[in-house]
Design a protein around this ligand. Structure first.
Ligand code: G1P
Length: 290
């Protein structure tokens, strides 16, 4: 195994307006909506940390400061909890190591590719990860850890993929798959939001990426793509053939928390598994269904 430059940086595009969850997201970012007692962004940051990532780069926008606050030390809260003799360990995962949270602003919503490009100065010449926090990935190990393990083997660029029914492909980035070896599939092509009859497969990009820094150069000056937005998928497509490009089929579960039903599904699924409430929630669900 050749040694690869380790993945220490992750970009979290969190500037989106969250219009699908209005009015809940009028005054709070959608990434702060909780699945039980952890905001969505926390699941993504925890998954990053588990994979050995140290620098969290949030591409934010106006009205998104609660995300940064969440990872800060809440002095008054901690002091009061201490006074009352309450343990603080419940706050551990929301306290960042000083200097580990970095924010850049995306002033105008111009698409995922543009959001990622906004982080170019901080990414520099290092390979980096991307997390779309809407996509909640639950697994042991987590999705990014599985991808980092694959990266250590093959290097280059990797995306997580999963299969969806053919009628859903037009909502996603879709891969043209080459040879498959275990969880790894070679990526021969990529297309963003294709019409169903134009889609090269039903394997969609599911919100986790490991990319080489060259993608920033590719994004520079790139034309608008699907939906009139600067698409990350288009930039990645241009890198195929120049650098290794693989898809990793994630062994675990994925919840689309960008949709209301996906959000409810995630809440229910995770609540049923919790030691502190699983049994109670199961009884409630049975009663409601009965
Ligand atoms: C984005 C990406 C798409 C990917 C999807 C996963 O689309 O552009 O390739 O499949 O996330 O959720 P969006 O959901 O922003 O339209």
């Amino acid at each position: 195994m050749t040694s690869r430059k380790p993945i220490k940086k992750a970009v979290f595009p969190v500037a989106g307006l969250g219009t699908r969850f209005l009015p809940a997201t009028k005054a709070i970012p959608k990434e702060m909506l909780p699945i039980i007692d952890r905001p969505l962004i926390q699941y993504a940051v925890d998954e990053a940390r588990e994979a050995g990532i140290e620098q969290m780069i949030f591409v934010t926008g106006r009205g998104k400061s609660a995300i940064v606050e969440h990872f800060d030390i809440a002095f008054e809260l901690e002091a009061t909890m201490r006074e009352r003799g309450k343990g603080l360990s419940i706050l551990d995962s929301s306290r960042a190591t000083p200097g580990d949270i970095i924010t850049v602003r995306q002033q105008v919503p111009m698409g995922l590719g543009h959001a990622i490009w906004c982080a170019r100065a901080i990414v520099g010449d290092d390979p980096f990860a991307i997390f779309l926090p809407d996509e909640l990935m639950i697994g042991t190990p987590g999705c990014m850890k599985q991808m980092v393990e694959a990266y250590n083997e093959v290097g280059g660029n990797l995306i997580s993929v999963l299969e969806v029914p053919m009628e859903e492909v037009s909502s996603y980035g879709v891969i043209d798959p080459g040879e498959t070896r275990g969880a790894l599939t070679e990526v021969k092509g990529l297309v963003e939001k294709p019409a169903r009859d134009k889609a090269p497969s039903n394997k969609i990009i599911s919100g986790r990426y490991i990319l080489q820094p060259e993608v920033m150069r590719t994004l520079e000056g790139q034309d608008k793509g699907a939906g009139g937005e600067i698409q990350l998928t288009d930039a990645m497509a241009k890198m195929i053939g120049h650098q290794p490009f693989h898809a990793v089929t994630f062994a675990g579960r994925r919840f689309d928390c960008g949709s209301k039903t996906g959000f409810v599904e995630a809440t229910l699924a995770l609540a049923l598994e919790r030691e502190d409430m699983g049994e109670e929630v199961r009884a409630i669900a049975q009663r409601l269904l009965g």
